[in-house]
Design a protein around this ligand. Sequence first.
Ligand SMILES: Nc1ncnc2c1ncn2[C@@H]1O[C@H](COP(=O)(O)OP(=O)(O)OP(=O)(O)O)[C@@H](O)[C@H]1O
Length: 287
Amino acid sequence: MVKSLITTQKLCKTFSKGGQQQHVLKNMDLDIYEGDFTVIMGSSGSGKSTLLYALSGMDKPTLGEIRFAGREISKLSHDQLALFRRDHCGFVFQQIYLLDNMSVLDNVLAAGLLQARKKKAVAEKAKELLKRVGLAEEAWGKFPSQLSGGEAQRAGIVRALIHEPDIVFADEPTGALNSASSMAVLDILTEINAGGQSMVMVTHDLKSALRGSRILYLRDGIVCGKLALGRYSAAAGAEDGLAARAGASAGGSTDGSTVTRTEDGTVAGDDSSRLERLNRFLAEMGW
Ligand SMILES: Nc1ncnc2c1ncn2[C@@H]1O[C@H](COP(=O)(O)OP(=O)(O)OP(=O)(O)O)[C@@H](O)[C@H]1O
């Protein structure tokens, strides 16, 4: 059964610049489903990051409504939004923003202890997560300046997960990484999502987008296309487009056999590989 975690109604965001108004998000009605790996794509300036910031409570919409697990967050004050983010959201950015004067472990602990949780439990969780993302114990005492970009991003992911958020928001998480580190980070995000963690990621990158179970394509502040890709499976050689018959996504909207458009316009399931389907969808979107 598909469950919406975030729902927007007539979501609008307008910025004022030099006395002129720029309508960046325009009357968006949107659902983000629990357990999905939602990928937001679109051309530069189409409003991807603005949407991510609105959905995650980092910024307030100008008009419209955002509900998170049924609770309206669009009308919360800035202080209430800060608490909302602390309790429900994890963030992974291109720029990693670890605190320079703290070790990797302390960076993670500091984030975990923002919620009034027991230090011992947070420390255990931190170590478990650091191991899970492949950061060896030798790295835990290092300062951010002593880490490679890939190691720093792994630490950033652990920091995002330490308080067990309902959803992780990622904005171009591999944008500053080399190819090998990007793949490692994508593998981690994919694995975390396979464990049930809801995820929303903004990206320009095709390889990153292939990890998504659902793609939303933005043009000029409007979601103009949706693609249900089904879950990524490394074993199926999904990246090369070799085998992957997309199975049912978390929402169960793909059947892997025919192209259909669901009620909300999502393109669901067909008989070809993920890569082919994504390429076809992006070509249709004019990417
Ligand atoms: N805080 C702000 N103040 C004024 N204008 C803004 C602000 N944030 C974003 N914008 C404008 O909104 C538009 C959309 O920006 P946004 O960053 O959401 O696009 P994007 O699709 O993520 O772009 P990119 O792919 O280049 O990162 C841009 O024209 C940008 O200049």
